[in-house]
Write a protein that binds this ligand. Sequence first.
Ligand code: F6P
Length: 476
Amino acid sequence: MTDSTHYDFVVVSNRLPVDRVVDPDGTARWQRSPGGLVTALEPVMRASQGAWVGWAGQPDLELEPFVSDDAMLVPVPLSPLEIEYYYEGFSNDTLWPLYHDVIAPPSFHREWWEAYVEVNQRFADASARVAAPGATVWVQDYQLQLVPRMLREQRPDLTIGFFNHIPFPPYGIYAQLPWRKQVIEGLLGADVIGFQRVADAGNFSRAVRRLFGYATRTPEIRVPDGLGGHRSVIAKAFPISIDVESFEEIARRPEVQDRARQIRADLGNPSTIMLGVDRLDYTKGIRHRLKAFGEMLRDGTLSVGDAVLVQVASPSRERVAAYMQLRDEIELTVGRLNGTYATISHSAVAYLHHGYPRDEMVALYLAADVMLVTALRDGMNLVAKEYVACRLDEDGVLVLSEFAGAADELKNALLVNPHDIDGLKEAMVAAVRMPQRERTTRMRALRRRVRDNDVARWSNTFLDTLRHANHHSDAR
Ligand code: F6P
């Protein structure tokens, strides 16, 4: 930090790590924000003492910067209409479905796009104000793809990184976006653009070639600087991860282990606890998982009392129509399954529409014999890594969708295509019946992988590449 209002390291994301929530009795409090982005970036920020620019989760909040967990949080206000157009609209009803293989149809509205441009400019301005001369600014995720260029225009002295936490789609899908060129121009303002998977970085470079014809030599993209020279932009995969040690530390605590035993007892001591933990989002494949589980109960492969599915579905984007519809469908399905198969003493599905504190999540991971991650498309899926990190006992089976970014690394999970319900059922049976020795061998290999590639490695690799890339750019 150069002085108390300017920072050498600035993170910019749509949400701050804490959301301001107002309880029904009118009391306002701060609560941890949902999603993997915050899980990954919190430890990075703690180590860097930088500033974090983002929205505080409520409309029209004009707040002064404040300190939380050693980081200076710089709130960016959004009006109710901007929340509707920029956040719920363009970010989560245009880009989100488009970037996730159009699992839900994306909506294209010009007024949403205009709000996206305006809000991105506000984030860029706020970041430019707090960045010290020559600072590093790291912009996060699809909500802020125009910020790198906007920032470079105001502050050519900055080193700018961008990380996309969600997939980047193949050109055939990306090309649907009416503003496809503007978005790529926005991103190319960065010195380094990070993606979760090698395939995402490849999709991005292909889109750049198709739309602009710029020369690319993996991982470099040569972007004309308008003065006859070039800037070099790196587009590369940096698979994100978690703070493994902090999860292990919680998993080691006797009270958390007691809580795991208590959860098992409260569920009636079934032989198998299956667990799903997701934001309630149509990309997560919750419906597919419930379908497979329901058929297994119907076929008699599993029986209530002997097996239970615990599904934590944390509330998300509740005013977006596709999410409302999904919630109705999931809750109808859970109701049907319980209505058909539950007994007075045992549920088929324990469905929990809440977010939980980390300790409780770790206790759930410890209690779960089988972890189900059946996303239809997912940038990474940090829940899969959290489960593995917590299993100090080298037990437990991870069933993992091949469409989650984590599948590139976690090859020792039982990999599934969640669209193939029979295949999913077979994997679930294999997980339930897997001999102890195989469980240990697989979990040991998974744990090695997750420990070797933790979040510190992710951020260090990204930031090293950023330092190096900026240094070698012929624009400076
Ligand atoms: O990783 C995807 C992401 O959209 C993050 O950007 C975000 O923090 C998280 O999921 C939760 O989504 P939201 O902020 O829309 O609740």
